[in-house]
Ligand binder design. Structure first.
Ligand code: ADP
Length: 468
């Protein structure tokens, strides 16, 4: 696979920079292709073009913009399988999961925004004031590699519906799926300059985009560390910032829960996408009274996730994304063991080729241990015992993060009461399904702002009050 151009002003153009990014298949460690690594000049050109395209796009009605999103959906939908295969190749997500989540979820989200235009109130009267919602302007979207197309769509779709224009800088590890999105944009004939794709290295192209005076808002998903840097760059010109950052979510299993289901689903959640999910329930909190039973169930569940070739239909656990990621995950496991954790699953040999990490369950983890505090971003579950509901809530909230969480109980009111006390942007009770219309985002250092549904659209609008 080779792409030599970036997409600016409705055309494929050759970047000024001659630098490239090599893309590796993490399952084979082979280089599968190259894409351009754009520089500061290329970012300047893309931002200028997005600024030029803004007045016309912002002046269209929401229904007109939604019609473009609908066309984009159709051109992306045709590529469903190619999207899944591409993400499997560049990221290592098992193909079955890739079809459902890496391709299916972004299409669902795009559809939801194409449908939202009719229901959303872009203006309303408040007393004698007309309150109108207007596009923020040019959006710089900087996205990560773990759910690459979903994270692009979760920014691009609401931004475009709001009337903003976009410069997208996707992650270095997963650029090819961004090219598929851009091919679909081109075929859907979005007006020139409304969507621009500039691939490149984070500290060069990403930093230039976040700092650019012509960008009105930066929407970033990625690590908390980089999110903090982006806020600093953005502050220089008082840009609006939306950040979706890390997590260390707690899965609280109460003493009256269906333990077998709770542990099985909890392990599956922690292993999804090789644990590279910001909302992953990486801390399983279990009452002392059911602790050993839960550990046995967790070890048995983890054994159902043997590592394997992600292109095979039965594989549930592929490699992690890169050699660097694998080294970091293994170092975390070692730190956990050195702090007294007990390995109840995960000692099995990984294949010699590919960045594989076995499904790992660590028992006897203490709430302040490194593996209970740091986001590991690998297939590693920490199990922590607790005495009563009060202590479970305290342990769950003992985190600088606040993205997600789960509560399991035979009594829904009891689960709701615990959910209400968690300092996180979302909580799932008894394994409830993901809701693509519900607001998604973090408390504390997990982020600023919300994505998805109408709350995700709000982020890309600024509010004006006109009195008469
Ligand atoms: P990860 O560590 O999981 O790769 P990052 O937070 O580093 O996640 O990356 C998320 C996105 O942020 C990627 O598109 C990456 O290129 C970009 N990025 C990384 N460093 C910077 C930076 N200093 N400034 C702007 N963007 C960056």
């Amino acid at each position: 696979m080779k792409r030599t151009h970036i997409y600016i002003g409705g055309e494929w153009v050759r970047p000024a920079s001659t630098d490239v990014v090599e893309v590796e298949n993490p399952a084979t460690e082979q280089i599968i292709g190259v894409v351009p690594a754009a520089g500061v000049t290329d970012i300047d050109r893309a931002v200028q073009t997005a600024q030029d395209a803004l007045p016309h796009w912002a002046a269209l009605s929401p229904a007109q913009r939604a019609a473009y999103l609908d066309r984009l959906w159709q051109h992306l939908d045709r590529r469903r399988e190619e999207i899944a295969r591409t993400v499997t190749l560049e990221l290592g997500t098992p193909l079955k999961t890739a079809m459902a989540i890496q391709a299916g979820l972004p299409l669902t989200v795009l559809r939801s925004y194409a449908d939202l235009a009719g229901d959303y109130k872009f203006s309303e009267w408040v007393g004698h004031s007309l309150v109108v919602k207007e596009p923020v302007g040019v959006v710089g979207a900087i996205t990560p590699w773990n759910y690459p197309l979903h994270q692009m769509i979760a920014k691009v779709a609401p931004a475009l519906l709001a009337g903003c224009t976009v410069v997208l800088k996707p992650a270095e590890l997963t650029p090819f799926v961004a090219y598929l999105l851009t091919d679909a944009v081109h075929e859907a004939e979005l007006p020139a300059g409304v969507f621009n794709l500039v691939c490149g290295h984070g500290p060069v192209a990403g930093a230039a985009l976040a700092a650019h005076p012509g960008v009105d808002m930066v929407s970033f998903t990625g690590s908390t560390e980089v999110g903090k840097q982006i806020s600093v760059f953005a502050a220089a010109t008082v840009k609006k910032v939306a950040l979706e950052l890390g997590g260390k979510s707690a899965n609280i299993i109460l003493d009256d829960a269906d333990l077998t289901t709770a542990v099985k689903v909890g392990v599956g959640n922690a292993m999804l996408n090789a644990g590279q999910t910001c909302t992953a329930w990486t801390r399983m909190l279990v009452p002392h009274s059911r602790y050993e039973e839960a550990l046995e169930l967790a070890a048995a569940a983890a054994r159902k996730y043997p590592v394997g070739d992600p292109t095979l239909p039965d594989t549930r656990l592929g490699p992690v994304s890169s050699a660097r990621q694998r080294a970091s995950v293994l170092a975390h496991i070692d730190t956990g063991l050195s702090q007294g954790a007990r390995l109840v699953a995960g000692a099995d040999e990984a294949p010699s080729r590919g960045h594989y990490v076995p499904a790992t369950v660590l028992a006897d983890v203490k709430p302040d241990d490194v593996v209970a505090q740091e986001e590991i971003f690998g297939p590693v579950l920490a199990v922590i015992p607790y005495s009563d509901d009060e202590e479970a809530v305290t342990i769950a909230n003992n985190s600088r993060y606040g993205l997600s969480g789960a509560v399991w109980s035979g009594n829904e009111n009891r689960a709701l009461a615990v959910a209400g006390r968690l300092q996180t942007g979302s909580v799932d009770i008894n394994g409830a399904a993901f809701n693509p219309l519900a607001p998604f985002g973090g408390y504390k250092q997990s982020g600023i702002g919300r994505e998805l549904g109408r709350h995700g659209l709000d982020e890309f609008l600024q509010i004006k009050a006109i009195q008469r």
